[in-house]
Design a protein. Structure first.
Length: 269
């Protein structure tokens, strides 16, 4: 049995890990409200002026729009391809099934720089011009894996007898999907989509190799940090990226923690 000191030790260790992860993010948030354009501690004053400056900066707005477009398109592809792959792996038995599953999971296990270099070499070899679609393809390589994992895990936790009972009761394929499969998978798809969007929105390594001259929000942050310019604007943009990434991750965590079944209102008949 766990002793009192063991529980205290684990709690303290967990607190230290949380502080280690969150203190740097909190510091970025604090600097976003710094009245001075020089990063110094303690903060000489507080202001929201830099939020207005960042919003009216054309480079920030164009990079934000590009990141949102890439994230939404990559997530859409991931939802379709990832869910289809999960259904195929779960429902059918065929030669090489485990190999296919391994190949689907491989992109997220590989270092991002390897994936980026491979895609860049392919684009150059195939003479594919760099565009928003080259970035989307790069992001889809790991977004598909996120959706695939979520959907496959949910399917494995769902009893096949539900589908069989629906068909035995006379429901066709569409009715079975609408009233049985969809309520079970809906939260897994939403959670996978939100997490895929969050990963795409702040991805930097693969984007660097697949963007060409285009500038997404993470690339904008990295370029300005290298040049040592516009630190107040960079802090604001980084703070906004943290918030935009944090929200979908929190929602995704909440959805995957629940049972995964959409609750519907019932009525007596």
């Amino acid at each position: 049995m766990e002793t009192r000191w063991t529980r205290v030790g684990l709690a303290v260790w967990a607190l230290l890990v949380v502080l280690f992860l969150w203190i740097p993010l909190v510091i970025i948030g604090v600097y976003a409200f710094n009245a001075s354009n020089i990063q110094s501690w303690p903060i000489p004053g507080w202001t929201t002026h830099w939020f207005s400056v960042a919003w009216h900066n054309p480079d920030v707005r164009s990079s934000l729009v590009l990141s949102l477009k890439v994230g939404l398109i990559a997530t859409s592809f991931a939802l379709v391809l990832g869910s289809m792959a999960a259904f195929a792996i779960h429902r059918f038995r065929f030669f090489g099934r485990e190999s296919v599953s391994f190949l689907l999971l491989l992109p997220i296990a590989l270092p991002g720089i390897i994936t980026g270099m491979a895609l860049n070499s392919f684009y150059v070899f195939a003479k594919v011009p760099f565009s928003i679609w080259t970035i989307v393809i790069g992001h889809a390589t790991f977004c598909v894996v996120v959706v695939y994992n979520n959907v496959l895990a949910r399917l494995r936790r769902t009893s096949a007898s539900l589908v069989e009972a629906s068909m035995d009761l006379g429901a066709d394929g569409w009715q079975t999907f609408r009233f049985v499969v969809w309520p079970v998978l809906a939260t897994a798809l939403v959670a996978g989509g939100l997490l895929a969007f969050a990963l795409s929105f702040d991805e930097i390594i693969v984007t660097t190799f697949t963007a060409g001259a285009q500038i997404t929000l993470p690339i904008f942050i990295l370029d300005n940090l290298r040049q040592g310019q516009q630190f107040p604007i960079v802090n604001v943009v980084a703070f906004v990226v943290i918030l935009l990434t944090l929200v979908p991750v929190m929602i995704s965590q909440r959805l995957t923690r629940d049972t995964g079944v959409l609750r519907r209102g019932t009525r007596a008949v």
